[in-house]
Design a protein around this ligand. Structure first.
Ligand code: AMP
Length: 218
């Protein structure tokens, strides 16, 4: 299964990816997570990307496409993958299409996570990440078990807020989504790959809608 998750920041793509990874045994490829790893490791790419990310803007297409090409070449992506937060621009979508056509493994679907914009702001402002294992929780909608999170794998619950989840940056990220990423809805619709789901509601309900959207069509 090769799928793209499309949707505004806070629409639940990352959370649902984590659930699908567990159920289907294919990796989640999140360009946001890959970039944050570069920032954390202090690489050249990470140093360049940090200020762009903190401002809520998009990292340039060439950098993103290079990073994705490298990640999809890893053995665990051979059976499929969930692309979370990529592509985010039409040139990225075109680059991905060419990359997958070259290896004869086209996408199966692009799922659009549909969420009301007021709810997005609430979800993003409540989002917290466990510094130890990277799992994402939400103080409003998916609070971490107490104590500790991650079923006890982490010794201490160290939950942090991403710098770009602060309220002042969130509005900018939502604008960037509308301007640069929303056009991908038409891009994938034209190719017959688009599946839209109502992404409001509790986690299992959205997961069920997602599974239904991805079920083979007969
Ligand atoms: P995310 O975790 O997907 O919300 O991404 C966090 C930030 O990383 C975004 O606001 C962008 O600055 C950057 N980023 C992640 N994915 C991409 C992408 N596909 N294209 C450009 N920038 C990206």
């Amino acid at each position: 299964m090769r799928i793209v998750f499309l949707g505004a920041p806070g629409s639940g793509k990352g959370t649902q990816s984590q659930r699908l990874v567990e159920r289907h045994g294919i990796p989640q490829v999140s360009t946001g997570d890959l970039l944050r790893a570069h920032v954390r490791d202090g690489t050249e790419l990470g140093r360049r990307a940090k200020s762009v990310m903190d401002a809520g803007q998009l990292v340039d297409d060439a950098t993103i496409l290079g990073m994705v090409r490298e990640r999809l070449a890893a053995p665990d992506a051979a059976r499929g993958f969930i692309l979370d937060g990529f592509p985010r621009t039409v040139p990225q979508a075109e680059g991905l299409e060419q990359m997958l056509a070259a290896i004869g493994q086209p996408l199966d679907a692009a799922v659009l996570f549909d969420v009301d914009s007021e709810l997005l702001v609430k979800r993003i402002s409540g989002r917290r990440t466990c510094q130890d294992c990277g799992r994402v929780f939400n103080v409003h909608t998916a609070p971490p078990p107490s104590p500790p999170p991650c079923g006890g794998q982490c010794e201490t619950p160290r939950l942090v807020q991403r710098p770009d989840d602060k309220e002042e940056t969130v509005a900018r990220r939502l604008e960037v989504y509308e301007e640069q990423t929303r056009p991908l809805v038409g891009f994938y619709e034209q190719r017959g790959l688009l599946r839209s789901i109502d992404a409001e509601g509790d986690l299992p309900t959205v997961t069920a809608r997602l599974e239904a959207a991805l079920a083979p069509r007969g």
